[in-house]
Design a protein around this ligand. Structure first.
Ligand SMILES: [Zn+2]
Length: 251
């Protein structure tokens, strides 16, 4: 018999049968794992808490013929406050969707897991702007999986004059005013947005969230990230439109 012990966070849950659940776990040891949790919806089940969406737990999984099943789970961090707040939950759902799309079975992605947990922590335990947390998460996720935009200077001439930069989706990074002929479709970005992008891509994980930007810069980052994500991941991520609709936030 084969057991796997790993920490992980539930990123998808599907109810099956009368009281069962199939969960997708973003695990530390094995990347994406699907596991059945028998009886997990019964109120007295020892699996009820740890198999809920966004619960970070230590799991013991039994490897069956077709899929894993959850033998036990000890909750490490339940991120309760996210689930009780519709707005936070929407931001978390957006991040969850991206994570679900870019992780794979048997491929540990520890840096991405750390980014995801840190982002959820910031979303739950701090009063940091959720939109800023999400923008940082998006660009850093893309960087971790190999799609880092070139934001240390102009992709053509190397200029680091951040007060006159454009973002080129064609070149996947900055173009300075002097090199704009290389991509006339590049969009002008402010010095603040250029510096923020540079910080998000190159800073250490420990310091990743420790900067502040204006709402205007967040708007700019949003415009770049939406299209850059669509180009790189070939998908429109629309969950944040819900927040835009309910309270007019530009996402
Ligand atoms: Zn240049």
């Amino acid at each position: 018999m084969s057991y796997l012990k790993t920490t992980g966070i539930v990123i998808k849950e599907v109810n099956t049968g009368e009281a069962d659940r199939i969960v997708t776990i973003f695990s530390k040891n094995k990347g994406k794992i699907s596991a059945s949790a028998k009886g997990a919806r019964r109120p007295k089940s020892h699996l009820v808490a740890g198999t809920q969406l966004l619960c970070y737990s230590e799991f013991v999984l039994f490897k069956g013929k077709d899929m894993y099943s959850v033998t036990s789970c000890d909750v490490i961090e339940p991120f309760y406050d996210i689930r009780s707040d519709l707005e936070r939950l929407t931001y978390a759902a957006h991040m969850m969707e991206m994570v679900n799309d870019v992780i794979f079975e048997n491929q540990p992605a520890t840096r991405l897991l750390q980014l995801f947990l840190n982002s959820l922590y910031m979303l739950t335990k701090t009063d940091k702007s959720p939109l800023q947390i999400v923008r940082i998460f998006e660009f850093r996720l893309l960087s971790i999986i190999g799609y880092a935009p070139w934001v240390s200077g102009c992709t053509e001439c190397g200029s680091t004059l951040f007060d006159s930069m454009y973002f080129s989706f064609l070149k996947c990074g900055f173009l300075c005013g002097g090199c704009l002929a290389k991509d006339k479709g590049a969009i002008r970005i402010s010095e603040g947005a250029a510096k923020a992008l540079n910080y998000i891509v190159y800073s250490k994980m420990n310091n990743l969230f420790s900067f502040e930007v204006s709402e205007n810069v967040l708007d700019e980052l949003g415009r770049v990230s939406r299209r850059y994500m669509r180009d790189r991941l070939e998908k429109n991520y629309n969950k944040l439109d819900f927040i835009k609709n309910i309270n007019g936030v530009k996402c």
